[in-house]
Design a protein around this ligand. Structure first.
Ligand code: SF4
Ligand code: SF4
Length: 77
C-alpha cells in the first residue's frame, strides 16, 4: 500500500503528465473554474509504487510524491 500526495503548492499549472503516465490510471481531473483544473489521485489503493509520476513531473521537486506506508515498511524486514 502506497500513499500518494500531490503538492498543490508546486502543481500550480497542472501538466497532466502524471495522469497520462500512471499505469494504474488512478488520477482524475477536477475542474476548479472555467479555465483551471487540478489532478486528483482518486484510486490510491491501485498504486503499484512505480514512481513514474514523480519521474515525469515537469514542475520538478517531486510534486507528486509516493510515500511507502509505514506498515509496508515494517513488514518488509
Ligand atoms: S507511483 Fe506509479 S502507480 Fe503510483 S500513482 Fe505514481 S505512476 Fe501511478
Ligand atoms: S505531473 Fe506534476 S505538475 Fe503535472 S499534473 Fe502531475 S503533479 Fe502536477
Amino acid at each position: 500500500m502506497f500513499e500518494i500526495k500531490v503538492d498543490y503548492e508546486k502543481c500550480t499549472k497542472p501538466s497532466g503528465k502524471c495522469l497520462k503516465i500512471c499505469p494504474a490510471m488512478l488520477f482524475g481531473l477536477l475542474r476548479t473554474n472555467e479555465e483551471d483544473f487540478m489532478v486528483v489521485p482518486h484510486f490510491k489503493e491501485l498504486c503499484i509504487g512505480c514512481r513514474e509520476c514523480e519521474e515525469h513531473c515537469p514542475n520538478g521537486a517531486r510534486c507528486c510524491s509516493v510515500v511507502r506506508s509505514l506498515w509496508e515498511e515494517l513488514n518488509s524486514y
